[in-house]
Ligand binder design. Structure first.
Ligand SMILES: [Zn+2]
Length: 89
């Protein structure tokens, strides 16, 4: 299956910060995945499935509980963000 990245927003996973690590429940795997504690796009730790191709976007659960869900990022946002970061290096 191929995703149309220009139109498909990333799936959002809400993450809990535990000892400087994000722990996010993955509905694709039925497991927790662990990542560095920063909001943003991640390559999925899934063994295949939908997320395996698209990755996912981690958001801090507590922040979302206080501020609500931000606008969903699109693939273009992700690419732009990545290019901006690359420029700064
Ligand atoms: Zn997974």
């Amino acid at each position: 299956m191929s995703l149309d990245n220009a139109k498909t927003p990333f799936p959002i996973l809400l993450a809990e910060e535990i000892d400087g690590t994000y722990r996010a429940w993955c509905p694709n795997c039925g497991l927790y995945h662990f990542h560095s504690a920063e909001d943003g796009h991640r390559a999925a730790h899934c063994s295949g499935g939908l997320f395996g191709e698209s990755g996912y976007w981690l958001l801090n659960k507590e922040k979302v509980a206080m501020d609500g869900l931000p606008e969903v990022r699109t693939w273009e946002d992700h690419v732009k963000n990545w290019k901006d970061k690359a420029k700064k290096k």
